[in-house]
Design a binder for this molecule. Sequence first.
Ligand code: NAD
Length: 370
Amino acid sequence: MAANRTLLMLPGDGIGPEVMGEVRRVIDWMDGHRAVGFDVDEDLVGGCAYDAHGVPLADAAMAKALAADAVLLGAVGGPKWETLPFSSQPERGLLRLRTVMGLFANLRPAIVFDALAEASTLKTELVAGLDILIIRELTGGVYFGEPRGIEELPGGGRRGVNTQVYTTEEIVRIGRVAFELARKRSGRVTSVEKANVMESGVLWREEMTRLHDTEYPDVALSHMYADNCAMQLVRRPKQFDVIVTDNLFGDILSDCAAMLTGSLGMLPSASLGAADATGRRRALYEPVHGSAPDIAGANKANPLATILSYAMMLRYSFDLGQEADLVERAVRAVLNRGLRTADIMQEAKTLVSTAEMGQAVIDEMAALSN
Ligand code: NAD
């Protein structure tokens, strides 16, 4: 069906094209059966873009990404391109997308599907039913702050410097994303910093509190120090709903939360930019995993992280909550039926290929729609 929603697909390298191929089939099914269609365009990013154009993201692809309502990316990288100069490396393509699109909010859900709860390193009862969302500020903080560098000291030795810096504007815009998403979930936000030892943390806490009191009093806001949050994530993760934090703490805490789920092939993510006058946000959706060169082309990759990234896109870029639910319920049903790709294989379950997993999700969507 013709649609006004535009989507740019960037499958990338390694298993990227395989997992994205399954998403393409899910998109086609949605178009045919739920009248949820997209004008889909496709282009190159990463090593394959370097092979074709000599750069990891050509200007034409960048322009398409800026014009699209949403971008869905597979993965980039692989041994073939590892020796390229830094500026030509596949990951530079991804970084260019994030920077030019102004993607300052990184959303990483940590969801434990009941059928996979045993795959976690934590006790099953601690993680079964877990569904939390970590929102990480992506373009500020200590990874970008100035001054930075390594300098020689007059008396010998050297000094390494990085600067943790946040402004009111940066804190408020990531805070708004957190409060607004919490309203669509259970209405609870935990804001995480180190206000006990860092001035940037004091400011973070004050600005979050002010934003909450003035614009989002209906959401329950609590504050937590980052070290305590790390502890609580492995002690009692289900106490959280939405966690919002800075770039550095978010980097660490989102990986920690991801591991609660026990399976890289299941983790989706989204990165969002600022809303324009019409409320539209630039957005990039991608699985958390990489290009898995060790299994590329073998029809073994788990497509569920990418299919779940597509579900996030339906929810966050297009407000299609019912369709997103349908995809997520289908994934749950497939797992409950005992189907597993190799990475999440368990005893007495049925091993399936990438394509069989994609088809099973479509079959379940059809069954759930009847
Ligand atoms: P990786 O995530 O690609 O793979 C780690 C392990 O997990 C591998 O054994 C792989 O087979 C397995 N795995 C990952 N995703 C899977 C899936 N969907 N189904 C089944 N198994 C899966 O990480 P890596 O090996 O450290 O990196 C490989 C390449 O990917 C490197 O070039 C790296 O730079 C790149 N990378 C890209 C991204 C990205 O595009 N966002 C992220 C991480 C790594």
